[in-house]
Design a protein around this ligand. Structure first.
Ligand code: 7PJ
Length: 283
């Protein structure tokens, strides 16, 4: 399959000639990565603008923590957290993605101006395919084994790369069958979602297999447990390890990296890109 040229996200056409950065905006009190500092809507907007200035191409707004062991939140709570932020960012012409598994949240986010649905359940919830198909939004289909609360208890695969690739291609074909055009679909192996460190490293090493499907690949390793296991660092000290992982993902074919540390990741990607292609920094 040829390398995808772009990802169509509503009225935004995201050019994939260069790697893109998705900045994480958690609007959850229990978010492990920012200690809930970005629950306040004004603070969230300030952080999003900062990430945009630092080089984020997409802002990924999430109102439900999916980290291992996290409790579920109601649709109403999730909507109250994310919708005001999505509305404000979309009004500022940001490319906004919403990290949700709930069709009701998807519909509300799309109405508020979100241009991408980032679903760790790959649109398997009842009504999710229809919610995205009825819009012009892009979708990121992610693989997860099990459910967030218990997924890290005993992950197992026959062949992790093949199992995950086959699942994602299957979901992408179902999405296309439901009316979501091919150029609106990205895939993500779901690092840390029902995977041991060995599984995560095998997936990262073989990311090219995912890129070869022809769908753009999104990779999220930022501050995750695997980075902690390798470096021995607590979550607040995983930036350098996370930047290394993002670079490695791009070197293995990732089109988009989902990160907390946008400025540092964008700098690293720009240096990497200058070496590889001679292209100068910038968008
Ligand atoms: C991912 C995500 C990821 C995509 C989270 C965390 C946990 N969405 N949402 N890929 N991770 N597409 O950020 O550590 O890896 S939440």
């Amino acid at each position: 399959m040829p390398h995808p040229t772009h990802l169509q996200c509503g009225s935004h056409r995201l050019d994939l000639a260069r790697p893109r950065v998705m900045g994480i905006l958690n609007i959850t009190p229990d978010s492990f990565a920012d200690g809930g500092r970005h629950f306040d809507h004004e603070l969230a907007l300030t952080h999003a603008r900062r990430m945009q200035a630092d080089g984020a191409d997409i802002i990924d707004v999430g109102g439900e923590s999916t980290r291992p062991g996290a409790a579920a939140v109601s649709e109403r709570t999730e909507i109250a957290r994310v919708i005001p932020v999505i509305e404000a960012l979309a009004a500022e012409k940001f490319l906004v993605s919403v990290d949700t598994m709930k069709p009701g949240v998807m519909r509300a986010a799309i109405a508020a101006g979100a241009a991408m649905i980032n679903d760790v359940r790959a649109l398997q919830a009842r009504g999710a395919l229809e919610a995205v198909a009825a819009s012009g939004c892009a979708v990121c289909l992610m693989h997860m084994q099990g459910k967030p609360r218990t997924m890290q208890s005993d992950p197992n695969y026959l062949d992790v790369v093949r199992d995950v690739r086959d699942f994602l291609v299957g979901r992408a074909l179902i999405a296309e069958g439901a009316g979501i055009a091919r150029d609106r679909i990205a895939i993500d192996p779901g690092f840390g979602f029902g995977k041991t460190m060995a599984h995560n490293l095998a997936l990262l090493r073989s990311l090219r297999v995912f890129a070869q499907t022809g769908y753009p690949v999104l990779a999220g390793l930022s501050r995750k447990a695997t980075i902690g296991e390798i470096t021995g660092r607590p979550v607040e000290e995983r930036m350098a390890g996370s930047v290394a992982a993002a670079l490695n993902a791009v070197a293995h074919g990732a089109a988009i990296v989902r990160v907390h540390d946008v400025r540092e990741t964008a700098d690293a990607l720009n240096v990497w890109l200058a070496v590889e292609t001679g292209a100068k920094a910038g968008k």
